[in-house]
Design a protein around this ligand. Structure first.
Ligand SMILES: NC(=O)c1ccc[n+]([C@@H]2O[C@H](COP(=O)([O-])OP(=O)(O)OC[C@H]3O[C@@H](n4cnc5c(N)ncnc54)[C@H](O)[C@@H]3O)[C@@H](O)[C@H]2O)c1
Length: 410
């Protein structure tokens, strides 16, 4: 009896660390133009080991810890999709072992840890990419292009409303609900939007004020330990209304409604509001410039970005309207582009659209906003990152996005 030969992995040898819900992004490795294959996976649970084999095949190595992976050797790059509180330690260990890192957002749950990750990448010159895949979303690219063409003039204000209609299922039934695990949903969820606010404004946050409450989910007493499950096991649109949610995480102490005001470089201001008990799930951006404003209605295919650039009372119709392309739901297209960018960066040194500095600035604004909202809404100033790190990471990113932003604001 003949058996089929085991295919030899070619190109980059990739490991996936943390094989829960988000590990699916590593499925794009196989279809990336950069030759690469998943050769190993790490998870601390048996359920995670089973998911690893289901996602990446039974011939990969499955290990219990990232330190065991480092000891094993034989990997060029790691995709880290573990929970937020583990990000900094795992990333620093991998970088110091010379393994290139794709680290899911948020970069870390404190500013100190974020800076430690950047420092490790800087000292070792090991590639580091942070999973701000929202930068690759069609709606964000479209808004950025409209602004870059000057259609609304010079950006002066950005207002973002984030209706997290799936919030109860996504964030209050596992570790996401626990401050010791995430710090704040202004990092876990908002780090994408803070980053995009910075991108659209062409400036970083320098001062921030926060306000928020645990308004709904804290009062639900029915709790469950779901540590052997992932979100798709319990997600349902039937879990409605929010007060009737059941089986929340044993610890629920993060805010379910949060607001932050940001003062950015160049006198630009921004606001971000996030609510986890709305019926609908999408983000609404308004960007106001000196010659008009834009607003997205819907944030995936089928939606529109509207631009108003004539004086009027009000009109639901924009003076110009642009259809949003891409996927109709979710972010598989942005995930694919994000993974391709990471692998090309590791293999060929291709520049990335997002600098780790931008990911650090998102953590800074979110973490300090949470500190503000938990301490009487005191204003918090964002400390500057060391200039040599800004210069180093700027040299690794494209000229159109974050390094231009870094240069402009430093
Ligand atoms: N960019 C995006 O669009 C996006 C979307 C979803 C999640 N995420 C991010 O992905 C990360 C994971 O989220 P998730 O929803 O997959 O969580 P999850 O709980 O479903 O999965 C986490 C997995 O990591 C494992 N794990 C925990 N600690 C570990 C450790 N020290 N070493 C190895 N494995 C460990 C768990 O057993 C679990 O299998 C989070 O940081 C989240 O912010 C990003």
């Amino acid at each position: 009896m003949s058996t089929a030969p085991t295919p030899t992995p070619i190109g980059l040898r990739v490991a996936v660390i943390g094989t829960g819900q988000r590990a699916q992004i590593a499925e794009h490795v196989a279809s990336s133009p950069t030759p690469a294959s998943v050769v190993a996976a790490v998870d601390t649970t048996q359920a995670g080991h089973a998911r690893a084999r289901g996602l990446f095949g039974t011939d990969i190595d499955v290990l219990d810890s990232h330190t065991a992976l480092i000891a094993r050797g034989g990997v060029d790059a790691a995709i880290v999709t573990t929970p937020d509180w583990t990000h900094a330690e795992i990333a620093v260990d991998l970088l110091r072992a010379g393994i290139a890192v794709y680290l899911e957002k948020p970069l870390a749950i404190t500013l100190e840890d974020a800076d430690a990750v950047l420092q490790a990448a800087y000292e070792t010159r090991t590639p580091l990419s942070i999973g701000h895949n929202f930068r690759h979303a069609a709606v964000v690219r479209l808004m950025h292009e409209i602004i870059a063409r000057g259609e609304i003039g010079e950006v002066k204000a950005v207002w973002v409303r984030h209706f997290v209609g799936n919030g109860g299922d996504y964030y209050f039934k596992d570790w996401h609900a626990d401050r010791s695990r995430v710090n704040t949903l202004l990092l876990q969820k908002a780090s994408h939007d803070i980053d995009v606010i910075h991108l659209l404004a062409g400036a970083y946050t320098r001062r921030v004020v926060g306000m928020g409450e645990l308004a709904v989910y804290g009062a639900i007493e029915d709790r469950a330990d779901r540590s052997d499950q992932t979100m798709s096991d319990w997600f349902s649109y039937d879990n409605w209304p929010p007060e009737e949610q059941r089986g929340l995480n044993p610890v629920v102490d993060v805010e379910d409604v949060s607001m932050m005001l940001m003062s950015l470089d160049h006198g630009i201001t921004a606001s971000y509001e996030q609510c986890h008990f709305t019926p609908d799930y999408w983000r609404n951006y308004t960007v106001i410039g000196t010659r008009g404003r834009l607003e997205n209605i819907g944030d995936t295919a089928g939606g529109t970005v509207k631009v108003w650039n004539r004086r009027r009372t009000w009109s639901t119709q924009g003076d110009v309207e642009y259809p949003i392309s891409g996927v109709e739901e979710g972010h598989a297209d942005a995930d694919f582009d994000t993974m391709c960018e990471f692998l090309a960066h590791v293999a060929d040194g291709a520049p990335t659209t997002l600098s780790p500095v931008a990911a650090r600035e998102a953590v800074a604004a979110g973490a300090l906003a949470a500190h503000s909202l938990r301490n009487g809404s005191i204003p918090m100033d964002v400390p500057q990152l060391a200039p040599e790190l800004v210069t180093y990471f700027s040299s690794l990113t494209t000229s159109t996005a974050s390094n231009a932003l870094d240069a402009a604001t430093r």
